[in-house]
Unconditional design. Structure first.
Length: 367
């Protein structure tokens, strides 16, 4: 099967990581995969390292005539069976190019809501050969808004569980670099430092945990608009010295492996966050809020604990429960690795994508 992926964003956030991950997963299944992407995307290097062919250009949006001409040329030259995108800017262009070239379209929606344009909301899901959602939460959320989701299948975000795996060497190396001792229990947040991700809820919870459990340390990994405000709160804290800040690291495996618990306290209804699955793949227990699709990204009570969105006291209690129970953390670590492999691995998601593309129940409406 030949697939042409298209993406215009250069942010490298979760949606864009899905674009690269699914392309690599399908390439590993021996499908012909090519990716059209914007110059400056941090994921270009990831795709090239995986030996996925990349076409890089300056993309100025879905109405850029040069972009449309390039897509059309690629479709005629490569004759892909499927045109694939996560990017709303490409919905209409890919539908048009597919009609002209004989290809079919697989369009993903990662946001909790549909596009604002009434025309797009009404017609794109009908005209796309596959309009794909990324969680049960998202599907139900859209159904409650009056969206007809009958032709909208679900495909979870693929995670490279071969690259992200438990590693005693990586754990020791990163913990040493961060100044963590063997006796320390490291709780970590990995992601954008913005309020909707629940960083201030986690800070409140961490204050209680650090006060009640002297062996704990709080690690913050990432950057974002609210990082200065978070740092200011830490500086005023009596436990400030036990908070550790780290910028983004290419050694994601090492960061997750260094943690004893990964906290995902989001207050935003993200349909399918990647962090809980990545942490579990590396053998780390998780504590997550119930916002959005988070409960679908782990096995509550088995590979981690579930708390209420925005509940700092409940989050602190859950974290303390795992801080004081190393055997349960170890059990959850093993269960989480199994969960990530079974539901989110490249091989599993690629096979599900193949089956989804072959299932004509989701085909475009005749009208």
């Amino acid at each position: 099967m030949e697939l042409l992926f298209a993406e215009s964003s250069i942010k490298g956030w979760g949606t864009e990581q899905h674009f690269a991950a699914l392309a690599i997963a399908m390439a590993r299944r021996a499908h012909g995969v090519r990716c059209l992407m914007s110059a400056g995307s941090p994921l270009e290097a990831v795709l090239r390292a995986a030996r996925v062919p990349v076409i890089v250009t300056k993309l100025r949006g879905g109405t850029d005539p040069r972009m449309l001409a390039l897509l059309y040329r690629l479709a005629l030259q490569r004759r892909p069976d499927w045109l694939v995108t996560n990017d709303g800017k490409f919905y209409w262009p890919l539908i048009l190019i597919a009609r002209l070239s004989g290809a079919r379209t697989a369009l993903f929606r990662h946001w909790e809501d549909m596009p604002k344009s009434k025309l797009t909301r009404s017609y794109v899901p009908r005209l796309a050969d596959r309009f794909i959602l990324v969680s049960q939460f998202q599907r139900e959320h859209l159904r409650q808004q009056g969206i007809d989701v009958a032709r909208m299948p679900i495909l979870y975000n693929p995670i490279d569980t071969e690259r992200l795996s438990p590693s005693a060497e990586a754990r020791a190396r990163v913990r040493t670099a961060l100044g963590l001792k063997d006796a320390h229990v490291a709780i970590g947040y990995v992601g954008r430092m913005v309020s909707i991700k629940g960083v201030f809820t986690l800070f409140e919870a961490a204050e209680r945990v650090l006060a009640e459990a002297p062996e704990t340390r709080m690690l913050w990994v990432g950057d974002g608009a609210d990082l200065p405000a978070l740092r200011a709160r830490v500086e005023r804290s009596a436990s400030g010295a036990r908070h550790i800040f780290s910028s983004w690291s290419a050694d994601v495996r090492g960061i997750y492996a260094a943690l004893d618990v990964a906290a995902v306290p989001s207050i935003y209804p993200d349909p399918c966050p990647r962090v809980p699955v990545e942490a579990q793949a590396c053998g780390t227990a998780v504590v997550c809020s119930d916002a959005g699709g988070l409960p679908e990204t782990f096995a509550p009570g088995v590979s981690g604990l579930l708390t209420r969105e925005g509940d700092a006291d409940g989050l602190a209690a859950a974290l303390l429960e795992l801080v004081h129970d190393p055997q349960r953390r170890a059990s959850m670590a093993l269960a989480g690795r199994e969960f990530a492999n079974a539901k989110f691995s490249f091989a599993h998601i690629a096979q599900d994508f193949e089956a989804l593309l072959a299932d004509e129940r989701y085909a475009a409406s005749a009208g």
